[in-house]
Design a protein around this ligand. Structure first.
Ligand code: NAP
Length: 434
């Protein structure tokens, strides 16, 4: 049995995918009994140097040739408009599709997967989350017998690199970002990564599989790491915590919290030890308990490995006469609600004058909102705050679990206390991610 594969977009991931399909064609044929023949590769620019030489006879600048000549179309262009058009066109022509496009899937996944279902074709998107880590397949197949309780992911290598450098070397956010750019770990415009959007796209996809319905991307709470100060990374470290940009999707009282934000986790936890550009995902199921996936979340070859795993999965199902695909829709009949009033522990930092009574006035407000204090840390260091007379010190309060709405209201009141200078800092603390 032969499956004809065509690739559109021969950039970072496309080049790796072409190389893998050509180099390991025989190995894959022996393992699967299916011959995956690369028939066409489309890109708009063939002048550019690539890590791997794509044979002339496979090249085209016209993506339509890929559509007509392949059984399976691999979209590796990225972006939204063209990629969506291409994928829908392929589906309408009865072609199976593989894509790594997390942005498109998070925002338009429902339309694409519904169309594919209507047309009886499959859409693979393993590479859209976690690069080379086979997490989508694990969730979809390996853990299919479980009710998923929670997913905690370090899903963005750029931000994990920046936070690792801030934690290990005490660098400021700006310095760590500059370093990440110099090493090629951050784009010239890093907003998609540092503002949390990339991780949010990925957790939207995972949450859909975990909790049985499509979650509109707009329902995901997103906060990036741009505002993170090295002072908080250091104070958290003193309290035994490591700061990570954590993507969380978890069941709380029959509702789902889906959120991405800087999060303190215990430094002893496995996720806290994931450093540099690596990704890791912890999934908790009712029967399996906790499982952890770790690996390279981006890059040409790791991502190509995931793309090819989809190509093979889809191709083998074509060869076997279309095994039905497991999609997220309707497992829970679309009833699971997204909960905005998170229930979490909090790290709160206030800038205050070093004098008696300050802690009492802050804790009174917290008590008024049912927020109980778990620990307090006041440093003798003096912060320089422009326009303020006298020494100002950081006062950190760790709370027990509290409702986010209560915490936000309390902070508004505390901000107006005469003893508090500037805006308080709030960082959520996650205890279960271990
Ligand atoms: N890079 C990673 O590590 C990684 C990891 C996981 C997932 N992904 C996802 O994989 C996808 C591809 O990412 P990438 O990093 O490989 O991007 P990339 O390097 O920018 O590659 C995209 C390629 O598509 C070409 N292209 C643009 N418009 C086209 C068109 N109309 N027809 C044919 N080719 C066209 C681009 O050419 P020009 O450069 O000339 O515009 C470029 O060569 C994205 O969805 C991304 O989110 C990437």
């Amino acid at each position: 049995m032969k499956v004809r594969v065509g690739v559109v977009g021969c950039g970072v991931v496309g080049t790796g995918t072409v190389e893998l399909l050509l180099r390991n064609r025989e190995l894959i044929r022996k393992r699967t009994g299916v011959d995956f023949e690369l028939v066409k590769v489309a890109d708009i620019d063939w002048e550019r140097e690539r890590e791997f030489h794509v044979p002339e006879e496979l090249r085209t600048t016209n993506y339509k040739e890929v559509l007509t000549e392949s059984d399976l179309v691999v979209e590796l262009v990225g972006g939204r408009d063209f990629a969506k058009r291409l994928i829908l066109e392929a589906i309408d022509m009865g072609k199976h599709v593989v894509t790594a496009n997390k942005h498109l899937l998070a925002v338009e996944g429902e339309e694409i997967l519904m169309r594919a279902r209507e047309k009886g074709v499959r859409v693979g998107f393993e590479a859209s989350v976690g690069g080379g880590i086979p997490v989508v397949r694990s969730l979809r197949e390996g853990l299919v017998g479980n009710r998923i309780r929670a997913i905690y992911g370090i899903l963005n290598g750029t931000t994990n690199y920046i936070l690792t450098r801030m934690f290990e070397e005490g660098l400021s956010f700006e310095k760590a970002l500059k370093e990440a750019k110099e090493k090629g770990y951050a784009e010239a415009d890093p907003s998609l990564d540092v503002d949390g959007w990339d991780a949010a796209h990925k957790i939207t996809i995972l949450a859909s599989f975990a909790f049985g319905r499509y979650f509109p991307f707009s329902e995901v709470y997103v906060e990036g790491i741009r505002g993170v100060e090295s002072l908080d990374v250091d104070l958290g470290k003193e309290l035994g915590y490591t700061l990570k940009l954590l993507a969380i999707a978890k069941m709380v009282d029959s509702e789902v919290e889906i959120r991405v934000h800087p999060t303190f986790i215990h430094s002893e936890e496995a996720l806290a030890k994931v450093s540099g550009v690596y990704n890791a995902i912890m999934i908790e199921g009712d029967f399996v308990g906790k499982t952890m996936f770790y690996g390279q979340g981006a890059g040409s070859r790791p991502t190509a490995s995931a793309v090819v795993s989809d190509i093979v999965g889809v191709g083998v199902s074509i060869a076997c006469g279309h095994a039905p695909e497991i999609t997220p829709v309707n497992w829970e009949e679309g009833t699971v609600k997204v909960r905005k009033n998170f229930y979490s522990r909090y790290y709160l930092r206030f800038s205050v004058p070093d004098r008696p009574g300050v802690l009492a006035s802050i804790s009174r407000v917290l008590a008024d909102f049912n927020i109980s204090i778990a620990a307090v840390l006041q440093k003798e260091m003096v912060c320089e705050i422009a326009g303020v007379k006298g020494p100002i010190v950081p006062l950190v309060i760790l709370t027990h679990k509290a409702y986010e709405e209560d915490v936000q209201k309390a902070l508004k009141e505390i901000e107006n206390l005469p003893v508090v200078v500037g805006k308080p800092v709030l960082i959520r603390v996650e205890e279960e991610a271990e």
